[in-house]
Design a binder for this molecule. Structure first.
Ligand SMILES: *[C@@H]1O[C@H](CO)[C@@H](O)[C@H](O)[C@H]1NC(C)=O
Ligand SMILES: *[C@@H]1O[C@H](CO)[C@@H](O)[C@H](O)[C@H]1NC(C)=O
Ligand SMILES: *[C@@H]1O[C@H](CO)[C@@H](O)[C@H](O)[C@H]1NC(C)=O
Ligand SMILES: *[C@@H]1O[C@H](CO)[C@@H](O)[C@H](O)[C@H]1NC(C)=O
Ligand SMILES: *[C@@H]1O[C@H](CO)[C@@H](O)[C@H](O)[C@H]1NC(C)=O
Length: 324
């Protein structure tokens, strides 16, 4: 699926902030009118099942684009051993923490609080609150009502927009991300802005925020984010058949595979994974992450991850990669 069209200036600013990443479906709002800003943003993610297998670095977040270029974005992340974070291997879980993508000198740095594992079905509440005393935003993360992480961003910035995101880092496909819900969303603006809803964008999402006080407070009981399939953009080369037949392909995990064109193997499948890209390299990414995988066969749009090779048989249009 191509990345969704993103309408608002706020969303464009987000994409600029995360220039190399692929963005999936989202609800977005902002920017606020001149002189206005978001004082408070609370929201709760009902954590979905993790992608299977967990590859790449996938981040679900609700964030605020700031006037000073920072991005307040508590993160709920799924990743593989290569992108391993403070939570260690997540194995079907997610890793959650308060965080800011902060401008530090000429660079951006991902800073934040304590990281803890969270499970599908957990309710992760993100609370971002402007603190008048410090002129900074205090950020708190709660898992099932218990505070687990906090972070205070640099002072001086004002939040100009709020939105949800599904973000996949470019070096791997992240696969199929299940649909999920953000519930109990509340935004409080500094000043009432009845036309704030004109900035709302639903790219691959349903639900919206409404106001009952003339535009100062905006609430939504549920924002539903549709499933997304991340096979874009993939920045590594894939062997091309038939030229690559019988050549060696070195995977991202630095393992050597022999490529086969118009070939399949009869050994048993550990599991199968849908793969719409048609690239054998994407199947290899999965094989690299699954223990006991000795090779992979791409037939139609399915990667067959093999626990044994079995026999090589000819099969028109089928691609294979067998660990050497
Ligand atoms: C936002 O969340 C914080 C922390 O849970 C809570 O103290 C505050 O009352 C919430 N505000 C609103 C308006 O829901
Ligand atoms: C914020 O998190 C730190 C650990 O990162 C913890 O020591 C501190 O008590 C927390 N602060 C609040 C106000 O919860
Ligand atoms: C909303 O109204 C304000 C004036 O109150 C105006 O400055 C701003 O451009 C309007 N925003 C949109 C998105 O129409
Ligand atoms: C890849 O593996 C080979 C040995 O198979 C090793 O010589 C090389 O240093 C490795 N490269 C990286 C980037 O780890
Ligand atoms: C690839 O090489 C194998 C022998 O290793 C051969 O059987 C097969 O026909 C070749 N495929 C193509 C497309 O040439």
């Amino acid at each position: 699926m191509p990345p969704s069209h993103i309408a608002t200036a706020f969303a464009l600013a987000l994409v600029a902030a995360v220039a190399d990443a692929a963005m999936g479906n989202a609800f977005s709002s902002g920017p606020t009118a001149d002189g206005n800003f978001i004082r408070l943003a609370n929201s709760t993610l009902v954590v979905p099942e993790a992608p299977v297998p967990q590859v790449g670095l996938l981040s679900l977040w609700a964030g605020m684009g700031m006037s000073n270029g920072d991005l307040i974005q508590a993160l709920v992340e799924s990743y593989d051993g290569v992108a391993d974070g403070e939570c260690g291997l997540v194995h079907g879980d997610w890793c959650t923490y308060a965080s800011v993508l902060e401008i530090v000198g000429c660079d951006q740095e991902q800073l934040g609080g304590r990281q803890i594992k969270t499970k599908p079905g957990d309710h992760v509440t993100l609370s971002y609150m402007y603190n008048d005393r410090t002129d900074a935003y205090d950020q708190y993360v709660y898992v099932n009502g218990v505070q687990t992480s906090n972070y205070t961003s640099s002072k001086g910035g004002k939040a100009l927009g709020w939105g949800t995101a599904e973000e996949c880092q470019p070096d791997y496909p992240c696969g199929l991300i299940p649909a999920h819900d953000w519930v109990d969303v509340v935004l409080e603006l500094e000043k009432a802005q009845p036309n704030y809803s004109d900035t709302f964008g639903n790219g691959g999402s349903t639900g919206t925020l409404k106001t009952t006080d003339g535009g100062k407070t905006w609430t939504g009981s549920k924002l539903h984010i549709n499933e997304v399939y991340f096979d874009y953009p993939i920045t590594y080369d894939t062997p091309i058949c038939p030229e690559a037949n019988a050549t060696t392909y070195t995977s991202r995990a630095n393992r050597s595979y022999t490529v086969g064109c118009d070939i399949r193997y009869t050994g048993s499948d550990i599991k199968t994974v849908g793969e719409k890209s048609g690239k054998i390299a994407d199947c290899v990414v999965y094989c690299d992450q699954v223990e006991g995988c000795v090779g992979v066969v791409l037939q139609d749009t399915t990667c067959h991850l093999k626990s044994s090779k079995g026999q090589q048989v000819s099969a028109q249009g089928v691609q294979a990669a067998i660990l050497q």
